[in-house]
Design a binder for this molecule. Structure first.
Ligand SMILES: NC(=O)c1ccc[n+]([C@@H]2O[C@H](COP(=O)([O-])OP(=O)(O)OC[C@H]3O[C@@H](n4cnc5c(N)ncnc54)[C@H](OP(=O)(O)O)[C@@H]3O)[C@@H](O)[C@H]2O)c1
Length: 336
């Protein structure tokens, strides 16, 4: 099969080549990949700053895929040939609390990803792709949408009328705006772009703050919330900004620590954290059961993924470059 292979770190070392088409073993599905979507994780893996010691080489990158089952291994009962499915990043985390070794079973690193004509997905890990969505749309769900969903619903227990802050207008954050709005919450967005802040209001956001022109964005968020702060904050930026996130969140509020766009370490000021009694939880997407529940919600509320651009399979480099310079919503690669 045709496959993109990461032979060493750096986009220059991602090359289109050939790999053996895998055979589905007992319980596994062979999926003809229709589309993949890119996440910051995929870029970080290619660039060598996402757990580089765990990256096998060569690696078929990109975790999030949708496609059609073309063959099944022995004993498969959840799916049949012809079904449309999604991959699910934490392929062994099905329900309940995560096990200690979930990252060892993630697609796109260390397991082979979807940037190839075919991929193997275990039937327990696969999720039925929403009927109303094309492969290109469905491919955006496994990390970006599900992380937003888990943060807002499973962890955040978000209630109508509550206020949420989401950072930036990338994959996770745009889904968070759509989902939180559908849940009846008020969403405040930060972005480096006034144009994107206007665009995100069309998706339901009630207010925006430009974190470039207003570096003390947390003060603006306090003004927008009568000095209280938001109920729930989805932090995708990470780094030193976590201290600002604490100040922007109400007393006894919650922060979902999702990302590390500005840094994987932080110096935490403990006194504001203690005085504000903030709960910070690290988020690692979600179990598969949450994916099934999210898909029902997406269907019920007719939520369609926001795709910035769809690239052809041969244009994988351009797709990664687009993600690097910032996309509004998702960047997708059509595979077949
Ligand atoms: N833990 C998990 O389960 C999980 C799941 C998904 C993603 N993540 C992580 O979450 C982060 C976002 O992922 P993604 O795939 O959504 O990325 P993405 O699609 O590449 O989005 C990046 C966007 O974030 C915004 N941004 C950058 N720096 C910012 C800052 N200092 N403050 C506020 N916004 C900023 C920018 O939006 P503007 O152009 O509007 O400024 C940028 O376009 C990454 O670190 C990723 O690895 C973690």
């Amino acid at each position: 099969m045709k496959a993109w292979l990461l032979n060493d770190f750096g986009l220059d070392n991602l090359a289109l080549g050939e790999a053996a088409t895998p055979d589905p073993k007992a319980g596994e599905l062979l999926v003809k990949v229709g589309a993949v979507s890119l996440n910051f994780r995929d870029k970080a893996i290619v660039d060598g700053f996402y757990e580089p010691h765990l990256v096998p080489k060569p690696l078929i990158p990109v975790s999030d895929a949708s496609g059609t089952v073309v063959a099944v291994g022995e004993g498969v009962s959840r799916f049949k040939v012809g079904d449309r499915v999604n991959s699910h990043l934490y392929s062994r985390w099905i329900d309940g609390e995560p096990g200690p070794d979930e990252p060892a079973y993630c697609f796109g690193m260390p397991l082979p990803g979807g940037l190839a004509e075919y991929m193997i997905i275990h039937e327990q890990s696969a999720v039925r792709a929403p009927d109303a969505m094309s492969d290109e749309e469905a491919s955006t769900l496994p990390i970006a949408a599900l992380t937003a969903w888990f943060s807002l619903v499973d962890y955040g227990q978000l209630q109508p009328g509550q206020t949420v802050l989401v950072q930036g207008t990338g994959g996770v954050s745009i889904f968070a705006v759509q989902l939180a709005t559908a849940l009846g919450a008020k969403v405040i967005v930060t972005s480096s772009s006034d144009t994107n802040l206007e665009a995100v209001k069309k998706l339901g956001a009630v207010a925006g703050v430009n974190y470039r022109t207003c570096p003390r964005w947390e003060e603006q968020v306090l003004r927008l919330t009568d000095g209280k702060g938001v109920d729930l904050l989805l932090d995708v930026a990470g780094g030193e900004g976590l201290n600002q996130s604490i100040l922007a969140t109400k007393a006894a509020g919650k922060i979902a620590q999702i990302g590390f766009l500005t840094g994987q370490t932080t110096t935490l000021s403990l006194m504001p954290l203690i005085f504000r009694q903030t709960t910070i939880r690290g988020i690692a997407v979600a179990p598969r059961s949450a994916f099934d529940r999210m898909n029902a919600f997406l269907n019920e509320h007719a939520i369609r993924p926001v795709i910035d651009h769809i690239y052809a399979f041969e244009e994988a480099h351009k797709a990664f470059e687009h993600l690097a310079k910032g996309a509004f919503g998702k960047v997708v690669i059509k595979v077949s």
